[in-house]
Write a protein that binds this ligand. Structure first.
Ligand code: NGQ
Ligand code: ZN
Length: 416
């Protein structure tokens, strides 16, 4: 791949048409097991909040073994789709009754082991989750397995940090302003190492913006900027509902917004103000979040299509120096990867596209990226090399069958 004045271009290196590996900035691995299982209407008023009840019921069934099997399947799918690193926003910490496992890091270790086995780079973001709403109410019965006090949470981070390397970074996540009261937020932020990535869900639903206004006297992003030194180490997940001052504040801070277009569509969140944010020079990347799609192509495509549907225009995500939508999108997703993952090595990975595919007939460097992102539904990823190791060849992960067999066993347990 190479950077030209007009953006990232795929480039025929002799070994094939290559683009850099994509960073997946937001994943809840366990939700892979419920993809497609929350699509029946339970109530004409179905919403994000009713989906969340289904998700909690599902979350209650996991143990470290089933989490490992589901995460491994998911990471194989991510690698085959061209994601070479993943930020895992992990809050399924304890046993279903809320008691820590004998090893309090058992669920974190299941994710670390799944990433190691499959060869994807992992930024593990253990999540601080303390309250059931902006009013500080205690965790509900189904949220108990997510909870920590500040000391227990910092001990978990410390213990996991001992294992860091090029393939594993440990960051920190605050579940949301709903789930983290102001004082513990300050205590945890003050205790983090200077370079730690910090991720937070924010302003995803209008109800959440309204509750924040009512109980904290400010909109969520506005409140966060008033109470934390948000900088390039921060990733704001979703940030769907922003006013212009908030768009400008995020862009100025150089924080990354993790946009998750397919999940945001699936959950009825709303549309991120992409054009205004690009005009402000804001940094952003993509996430597969609830795993109803595991494809950087689909995330990038729908990021653009959402804007087209809302504005009745075409070719919206472009820059003054790049008129290709695909190249602008690819460039955006790549530029934030180091800050958001906290891993300086993420830019080194390579995805080789299948130049023999019919969608690429007559391809040149001028149109390769747009063809990849905007033509057809076949996965055009052929080979994937992470940290110099070929983990996908001819479109197949080296352990695809064995991992899928484990996943089927885990699914029969989870669905029993
Ligand atoms: C999550 N997912 O933590 O999995 C959330 C839902 C919540 C998304 N926001 C739960 N997409 O926000 O309370
Ligand atoms: Zn999320």
């Amino acid at each position: 791949m190479r950077w030209t004045p007009s953006g990232w271009q795929a480039d025929d290196s002799g070994a094939g048409w290559r683009v850099p590996g994509i960073a997946n900035l937001h994943s809840h691995a366990f939700q892979r097991a419920m993809a497609g299982l929350a699509e029946r209407q339970t109530n004409p008023e179905d919403s994000f909040w009713t989906w969340r009840e289904t998700m909690y019921r599902f979350a209650a069934r996991f143990d470290p073994d089933t989490l490992h099997a589901v995460a491994a399947q998911l990471y194989v799918e991510m690698l085959e789709a061209g994601y070479t690193s993943v930020c895992e926003f992990h809050y399924l910490h304890h046993a279903p009754d809320g008691r820590p496992y004998a090893d309090p890091a058992a669920m974190s270790q299941a994710l670390v082991a799944a990433a190691r086995a499959t060869g994807i780079r992992l930024t593990l973001l253990p999540v601080l989750y303390m309250s059931g709403g902006f009013d500080g109410r205690p965790l509900g019965e189904r949220q108990r397995r997510f909870g920590h006090d500040v000391d227990g949470f910092l001990a978990l981070l410390e213990r996991l940090r001992a294992e860091q390397g090029d393939m594993l970074r440990i960051g920190c996540a605050l579940h949301s302003l709903r789930a983290v009261p102001a004082d513990p937020m300050g205590d945890v932020l003050a205790a983090l190492p200077a370079q730690s990535p910090i991720h937070i869900h924010i302003a995803e639903q209008l109800g959440e913006v309204q509750d924040c206004l009512n109980l904290r006297g400010a909109r969520p992003v506005e409140w966060l900027f008033g109470h934390a030194a948000v900088d390039r180490h921060w990733t704001l997940v979703h940030a769907t509902h922003l006013n212009d001052a908030e768009v400008q504040a995020i862009a100025r801070s150089v924080a990354t917004v993790a946009i998750c277009p397919t999940t945001e569509a699936n959950l009825g969140d709303g549309l991120f103000p992409l054009r205004a944010y690009l005009d402000a020079g804001g940094a952003w990347g993509i996430g597969s979040d609830s795993q109803i799609s595991v494809s950087p192509v689909e995330e990038l495509r729908w990021l653009e299509y959402g804007q087209r549907l809302a504005t009745h225009h075409r070719n919206i995500a472009v820059r003054p120096d790049c008129d290709s939508v695909g190249e602008t999108l690819l460039h955006g997703a790549l530029s934030s990867a180091r800050n958001a993952t906290g891993n300086p090595a993420v830019g080194d990975d390579l995805v080789t596209l299948d130049a023999a595919a019919a969608q690429f007939a007559g391809m040149t460097s001028h149109d390769a990226v747009d063809r990849w992102i905007f033509s057809g539904n076949r996965n055009l990823v052929r080979d994937v090399d992470v940290a110099g190791i070929k983990v996908v060849a001819g479109g197949r992960h080296r352990d695809r069958e064995a991992v899928a067999a484990d996943y089927r066993r885990a699914m029969s347990k989870l669905l029993a």
